[in-house]
Write a new protein. Structure first.
Length: 341
């Protein structure tokens, strides 16, 4: 003869009693949702329609909840369903929490699908952020007034998690496979000098000639010096010039070159206007590297809030429409003869 014993809390193994919330959550959650639906709709049948499940599934969920609570929540007849006193009390205590959950779910859906709103933390290298990104923020805010922007300018690599960054602009070559990187425009690097410097010292004809010129260099926020890059005979060649002066701000590098203090390799977005006006002259254009870019980066394509989607699209469109590509003006890649070295 066999017998079965019902385990009391005192005889239940410790492992099964260690986390009663975890062990009963699925039943409790489904039961509470079903319970709230029945109260709201007035019947098990209408609750089933509201939840998109069978009436029997609603009934089972409520029954399991009643078993867990060890109380009867509804008085059910073939004609009506009414709350017991315990059901009234339970509903009063739990429906507010369920309403908050529903509200939170709806808010998340609204952030994904509704009008753009909320906060964006944006990271950018100092020069690109100051010269390109920041001037566009006014137009973006006018188009999307419910989106607030926190722009952080830093030449150090962005850590999306620890820095709590939503979107980052990056320059150069990207090797981080963990992020989504969309190239906005190619990154052109040009060696430039002022007309006054050219008249006084001439311009270099080759990369090796740079050793005989007064160079202005840039130092990253990390302390590392920028290495000038060129493409010689199809190969990348790096060069560390003997700089007469070094700055950690790209705008100061540009100003020093404009003032005739030396020559520097700078990004195209920084020097285009000066090249077009004649305030700067280019050199070594035929050695300009062609495998770098300006990128807009984020962690995942999935579940992007609408505020991130519109910012990415807006910045991509506006920056591409900006006249930041200098090599075309210099006759490079157009079939026109270049007038510079």
């Amino acid at each position: 003869m066999t017998s079965s014993a019902v385990l009391s809390p005192e005889t239940t193994p410790l492992a099964s009693r260690a986390d009663p919330l975890a062990s009963s959550f699925a039943t409790t959650y489904a039961g509470v949702v079903a319970f709230i639906a029945v109260v709201t709709e007035g019947s098990f049948a209408r609750a089933a329609d509201r939840l998109g499940i069978g009436r029997s599934a609603v009934s089972r969920s409520v029954q399991k909840l009643e078993d867990q609570l060890n109380v009867r929540l509804f008085l059910r007849t073939t004609r009506s369903t009414t709350l017991t006193r315990e059901g009234d009390l339970f509903y009063a205590n739990c429906h507010t929490g369920v309403d908050r959950i529903v509200q939170a779910v709806e808010e998340m859906r609204d952030l994904r699908e509704g009008p753009p709103r909320g906060h964006l933390r944006i990271s950018s290298p100092v020069g690109f952020g100051r010269r390109v990104v920041a001037p566009l923020l006014g137009a973006f805010r006018a188009a999307y007034p419910d989106v607030s922007i926190d722009l952080v300018l830093d030449d150090k690599p962005t850590d999306f998690i620890s820095d709590r960054v939503d979107i980052a602009f990056r320059n150069g070559r990207l090797e981080d496979a963990q992020i989504i990187a969309k190239q906005i425009i190619p990154m052109q690097m040009l060696v430039c000098a002022s007309p006054e410097y050219r008249d006084a010292h001439g311009l270099p004809d080759s990369v090796d000639d740079l050793a005989h010129h007064q160079c202005v260099n840039f130092r990253y926020g990390s302390g590392r010096l920028y290495e000038w890059e060129f493409k010689v005979d199809g190969q990348v060649r790096k060069f560390q010039p003997p700089a007469k002066v070094t700055y950690n701000d790209p705008s100061l590098v540009l100003q020093a070159v404009l003032d005739g203090h030396g020559i520097a390799q700078m990004a195209g977005y920084l020097v285009c206007d000066a090249l077009r006006s004649g305030a700067l002259v280019p050199c070594l254009v035929r050695y300009a590297p062609d495998d770098r870019g300006h990128y807009i980066c984020y962690l995942s394509r999935q579940h992007l809030p609408s505020r991130m989607r519109v910012f990415i699209d807006f910045m991509t469109t506006q920056i591409r429409a900006s006249d930041l590509q200098c090599l075309t003006d210099l006759g490079i890649g157009t079939g026109m003869p270049a007038a510079v070295a």
